[in-house]
Design a protein around this ligand. Sequence first.
Ligand SMILES: [Zn+2]
Length: 214
Amino acid sequence: MEAQWREWARAARRPVAITGAGISVASGLPTIKREWRGVPLKEVFAKEMFERDPERFYECYREMLLDWREAVPNEAHRALARSGACVITQNFDGLHQKAGSERVLEIHGNLRELICLGCAALYPAHVAETNPLPHCPSCGELLKPNIVLEGEEVRHFATAVDWVGEADLLLVVGTKLDMQPVGGLPKICEEKGVPVIVCNKAAETVLPELFASR
Ligand SMILES: [Zn+2]
């Protein structure tokens, strides 16, 4: 940890964190690099895959639900919750909320809901547990897990830009931010001279130390 980080963390009044899959690895959740039945998750979570073979997609989704139900937040999620940081997350595992973070933007959606492709009604994920291919009871259209697939637009991006624009410290945790438009967010801080901390290793020990006084 760089010496300056502690000082920045102590002084921050409006910290914002951008998080990715790396923060949930210590909670036992897979990154997109893992495979499901020989297929990289990255491919399973592509829009074409859902459109071509939604039943297969749902098989993978149901297995992910099992992992996700058992997953608990780790010390990195808890430290961010204690710090009071606003969290912009690329994860759909809900662990920031489980840890107690109050302001969380799920820019890639979440696993706990299904959304109707016809009328946009939301249903709880368990609807998919007994039904191989769930449809909307109200309009009859196919339901889709309420997550952003590869090839779809991220959500709440304007709000994310606002949050980052008001931050006095930006933390980038467990993500290389190699995807656009999210990858451009740190630049907003850099241009204003707002400090940016990038923590892609051992966040579950670094973050609790960083926010030890909160
Ligand atoms: Zn519907």
